[in-house]
Design a protein. Structure first.
Length: 342
């Protein structure tokens, strides 16, 4: 039996009110990025449904800073850099973790929470750095440099982590390298990050030749051209950029370092030499500051959107699993990082 027309009208009105309220919530943050109220109204049904499902399924949603604004401001319970998200993943009480980031990040969450269900909405959200090296490559490197400790950037597969002594992220790479015993370190897989670290440590760094397709695209000439147009602007680059770009920067670090720098700085204008999501996030956080592009889009990070997050929660897909003994061995490297990085 269909509901009486008066009740139907009341229901329609209350649904419309909820959608409007949700769109206003999204618009509050996203207007600084140029999103209109109408665009926010289009996202509202999905963000409402996702948030509802999270509650019903006791799920928590972790989102890397490079994710789309409607994910960061609409459905994320925690947002941040790889390190911050690893900490969140190790502390959550939820039964399920939906990881909006790339595959190695979801794998890291699983390693730190073997008893929980970890879902990634898009299986093809990879990473050029993680794909640049295999466990066999690490074994060969260790043979070439016997007894030299191996530090791997968190942007690696679980199999690679299992062959290393400690992991690191861009937020704690130098600290982890310095904490290793001896005067030499094998650092992998990012060649540019290794060379940037070499500038800051006395230890001899042996590196691999992986690169990030997003950060290697920035050139020193490009930075110099922007510097000429905006001499007063502060340049913040990610450690995955080339040493030539880093040499022209006021700060080289991870995404959280950039946030902290801007928060503490009196400067009005900044250029973030990193993925576009980070500029969007900071533009929303610091609407009184000006952010000059160029930024570059990570095609892997952008594989995730509201539609596949909704599907992930509805169908409880795609579950990320790491087999033993890889999981336990990789966990030793991650625990070492969490211990040193504290
Ligand atoms: P963060 O460690 O700064 O979060 O960066 C991860 C990443 O993939 C950078 O490209
Ligand atoms: Fe990997 Fe680079 Fe994308 Fe980060 S930005 S996920 S390092 S490809």
């Amino acid at each position: 039996m269909s509901p009486p027309p008066k009740l139907l009208m009341q229901n329609t009105v209350s649904v419309e009110k909820r959608l409007l309220k949700e769109a206003e919530r999204l618009h509050e943050n996203m207007r600084h990025l140029g999103y209109s109220m109408n665009e926010c109204l289009l996202f509202a049904p999905q963000t409402l449904r996702i948030n509802e499902l999270k509650g019903q399924k006791n799920a928590v949603l972790l989102a890397h800073s490079y994710q789309r604004p409607e994910i960061l401001f609409g459905v994320a319970d925690f947002m941040g850099d790889s390190f911050g998200l690893s900490v969140n993943a190790s502390e959550t009480k939820a039964k399920t973790i939906v990881f909006c980031g790339v595959h190695f990040m979801a794998e890291t969450a699983k390693i730190l929470n073997p008893q929980k269900t970890v879902l990634i909405p898009a299986l093809d959200a990879g990473c050029s750095l993680a794909e640049s090296i295999t466990a066999e490559n690490v074994i060969e490197l260790k043979k070439k440099h016997p007894n030299v400790p191996v530090v791997c950037y968190v942007n690696t597969s679980a199999q690679v982590k299992a062959q290393c002594d400690a992991c690191c992220t861009s937020a704690n790479a130098l600290k982890v390298v310095e904490a290793m015993p001896g005067n030499e370190v094998i650092f992998l897989p990012d060649e540019y990050m290794a060379r940037n670290l070499q500038e800051k440590t006395k230890k001899k760094i042996h590196y691999w030749n992986g690169t990030c397709i997003v950060h290697e695209s920035f050139t020193a000439d490009q930075i110099l051209a922007y510097k000429a147009s905006f001499p007063d602007m502060k340049i913040l680059s990610h450690l995955e950029c080339t040493p030539e770009v880093v040499a022209l920067s006021d700060l080289a670090g991870g995404t959280t370092d950039m946030y902290n720098y801007i928060k503490a700085s009196d400067a009005k204008r900044f250029m973030l030499v990193t993925e576009c999501g980070m500029s969007d996030l900071l533009r929303a956080r610091f609407p009184q500051k000006e952010f000059i592009n160029p930024c570059s889009v990570c095609p892997y990070m952008k594989k995730i959107h509201l539609e596949n997050i909704l599907e992930a929660l509805e169908k409880e897909q795609f579950e990320v699993n790491v087999p033993e003994p890889i999981l336990s061995r990789a966990k030793v490297s991650l625990d070492r990082m969490l211990e040193i990085g504290k």
